[in-house]
Design a protein around this ligand. Sequence first.
Ligand SMILES: [Zn+2]
Length: 610
Amino acid sequence: MEKWEIRGKSIVNIVERKNVKCMACNIEDVKIEGFWKYVIERNRKVSIPLLYKLFVKNKTIGNFEIEAGIKKGEKTYRLATDSDLYKWIEAVSWDLQNQWNEKNVKLLDKLINLIGKAQKKSGYLNTAPSIKKEFENLKYSHELYCGGHLIQAGISHYRSTGKENLLNIAIKWADYIYKKFGYGKIEKTDGHPEIEMALIELYRTTKNKKYLDLAKFFLEIKNPEYWGLPDIPILKFKELIGHAVRMMYLCCGATDYYIETGDKRYLKVLENLWSDLKNRKIYITGGIGSRYDGEAIGFPYELPNLRAYCESCASIALMMWAYRMFLIKGESQYFDIFETTLYNSFLSSVSFDGKKYFYVNPLASTGTYERKEWYDCTCCPPNIQRFISSLAGYFYSISEDGIYVNLYDRSEAKLKLVSGKNVKIRNETEYPWQGKVFISIESEEGFNLYLRIPVWSEKTEVKKGNEIYRPEKGKYFKVRIEKGKTEIELNLDVKGEFYRGNPNIESSRNCLAIKRGPIVYCLESIDNPDINLFNSLLLEQKLKEDYEEIFNGIITLSGEILTSWNELPLYPKSKNFKIDYEKKKFKAIPYFLWANRGKSKMNIWFLSSY
Ligand SMILES: [Zn+2]
């Protein structure tokens, strides 16, 4: 029997296909050669090995050795630290699909062996010294959260290597949870959602329905005792609220549950929450979570710039949710937000050299803030790594009648249609810097190709032979592809443009920001030493584009700005209020690159009048 089903090495491996428009494709089917190649390779060569060293140094691995009885000593306590290692294992595992690496396979086996030894006979597994009694303190202990990441690591390892060693440890743990939790047993869930989507993916992997049932129990339990979220089941949520990462993981689990069951109550709630996100609670950078207090999503339109929280994990969790919603509906709005988050809030979270991370991703800085190699709560770095490792798997999706192109980069994809026939798609492009994409297709049979036309692309053109189309923005555009070879030219309207914030948003009211294609731009003081980034007037104008050889080659934008360094009284009478502005030239760089040349002041939004 063949080990893998079609698309069996994908990030999500849906069983119940009737509830979705699209299916995920294997990560290994898509080879990225353009913009994201550097990021994927940097992740493999720099970020992943460095974090492993830090795990050794900071005793993340030591905890497992002590738990396994291999070493003596005091275990270290950090919040949910087991999950850091599991996410790192997931990162290494998915990356094996990008590039096979025997040394890493062996290192994983060594770690899996250790994890197996640290697991109790019962199946219980957690090394945190703070846990005196199993499941006694679920609001804070992260026991089920860590287990969820163990499951996800086991699945990614199984899908990427075919090995069952880590998956079996995860199954043994999940079976123990199944024995202990449920109605008439422990009627509680973890303070931090995560286990729900992990259990559903385990159901998808093993086809054992009990994991889906257990996920339903955790989703529908009456008084869930979450930390930082209302203590109500997801079906009662009327808005996105509370701890951003927890909220997003909960939405992921609920979306997966809808996908596998078709329970319409879930879809209704999720669509409502999505619209709350899209219309009231997301930053222009695609970040979410506007409060330090509780790492939480704020009131509608509460989106401060300097004090934006935008945890890196929240960006990742949001993209994971957007992707699941996309699979259901096949609509471009989900990838519009996914792409915004990907190129901005998410990409800024790791330094250009791949060694340091932001935990928090603000939209303005007074020059005191920079990335760090390690955090006591180091949830973000391995999360960023696992997402980058799996990124290739998000580029295409397979539908009943063809293929969806969700993201663009220079790449080659070898995909299978639902019929099992092969399709090769080659993309030649300088995206995201330029909007031209040459798509060459070789197919064993005819199919529909759905090209995502981003919502910002005002004038898009698609050429196929002599046919020219002008597709609508913010939609997937259907092109019929016949058997054999087809060439398509897609021209997306990438140009520097000014954006405004909804007047309800206090911190960007009456301001302008600059975006070019999917990329948000910012001004850093290092490029603009004579501009006061917090008292300048930016007016709409034609922006100059320059190619610069820094950071692998980027497009910078420049123009004129009015700036003032005069100290003003804090509250002058309106009739006396006057600012003497001086005209200066400014240079803007992509937001994702800020704070890569030392500490620097930074701002995205500038007053457009006063
Ligand atoms: Zn985090």
